[in-house]
Ligand binder design. Structure first.
Ligand SMILES: CCCC(=O)SCCNC(=O)CCNC(=O)[C@H](O)C(C)(C)COP(=O)(O)OP(=O)(O)OC[C@H]1O[C@@H](n2cnc3c(N)ncnc32)[C@H](O)[C@@H]1OP(=O)(O)O
Length: 285
């Protein structure tokens, strides 16, 4: 059995306070292949789908969605024997606009609030990254801020030709708070990571492919996802899981320490003057 220890952990009190920050309209749902109606389930019999939606905020994560991401990972861990892969996908033609700024501004703008969000999301995305499953983020529309960080928690990224990714944290007076800086360095190297994080520009799919951030770009992302994941689904789940564990262990030994440092720097900056001013600039309806 795989058991990973992570350096940044959510606390029970973080989870209960975040869980109350949301509505029935924003959610994270898990679709398992055995019980699923999603369109590619029959082609990918060993693939789970984590699907998230917050229609009025470009699928930005409310506190409730952050807690529900942990719930989805709990449920995946209970169904591991039949799984080889997991797909992360937004809704309505969008990936994710990061943290729901309405929730962040009202409930999480203090240093403690930011630290709780960072613990919950860094832990959730470390758990996702540490699953013994091949993971794929399917991107359409925009992945911004924490949404861009979300994409880095997966092994692979499939991007619609028109999709864009932007690490806008520096514009908000912070560093990534969901563990995305360390993962980005792992993915594209120090120089490209510094450019993406420091210049905060929107990266299109062509550029993402060029620097090794995206693995596939396509107009039909569902067909591309099926084609990409089919060979993984044709192997025995326990073999694929063994492979993923071997690769992840080889790659992640000092990684957890990097995550702890990043979480520490985020805590220093969230709730500071530049961050409060950025949250205030966002118009609340
Ligand atoms: C440690 C992590 C910290 C964070 O993640 S902080 C959040 C960082 N994220 C952002 O700054 C993203 C801000 N949003 C954008 O840049 C754009 O909305 C985005 C994602 C490129 C999409 O652009 P468009 O497709 O043109 O859509 P739009 O701007 O008209 O937005 C549609 C409606 O969605 C809302 N929205 C977008 N991002 C949101 C967010 N993060 N939290 C709360 N609401 C958000 C936006 O206000 C708009 O609402 P409305 O329709 O005017 O009522």
């Amino acid at each position: 059995m795989f058991l990973r220890r992570f350096s940044v952990l959510s606390r029970p009190s973080d989870m209960s306070s975040l869980r109350s920050l949301g509505t029935v309209h924003d959610y994270v749902h898990l679709h398992l292949p055995s019980s699923s109606s999603f369109s590619w389930a029959s082609s990918l019999p060993h693939t789970a789908l984590i699907h998230f939606r917050n229609a009025s905020a470009r699928n930005a994560f409310s506190g409730k969605m952050m807690a529900e991401l942990h719930d989805a990972i709990d449920a995946i861990e209970c169904s591991l024997p039949s799984l080889s892969c997991v797909v992360l996908r937004g809704a309505d033609g969008h990936f994710c606009a990061g943290a729901d700024i309405r929730v962040a501004k009202t409930h999480l703008s203090s240093q403690e609030g930011g630290a709780a969000m960072s613990r919950v999301m860094t832990h959730a995305l470390s758990r996702l990254r540490g699953l013994p499953l091949v993971s794929v983020a399917v991107l359409e529309g925009a992945a911004v801020g924490g949404g861009a960080e979300l994409t880095t928690s997966c092994d692979f990224r499939i991007m619609k030709t028109s999709a864009k990714v932007a690490f806008v944290h520096a514009n908000m007076g912070v560093v990534p708070g969901w563990g995305g800086a360390a993962r980005l360095v792992k993915l594209v190297g120090r120089q490209q990571a510094l450019k993406l994080l420091g210049r905060t520009e929107k990266m299109d799919a062509k550029k993402a492919l060029e620097i090794g951030f995206a693995d596939v770009i396509a107009d039909d992302i569902e067909a591309a996802t099926i084609e990409f994941l089919k060979p993984f689904n044709e192997k025995e789940p326990h073999v694929m899981q063994g492979l993923k564990r071997a690769v992840a262990n080889a790659d992640d030994i000092v990684f957890d320490q990097m995550q702890a440092k990043e979480h520490e720097i985020f805590q220093e900056l969230w709730g500071g003057p530049a961050n409060i001013a950025a949250l205030d600039r966002h118009r609340t309806k």
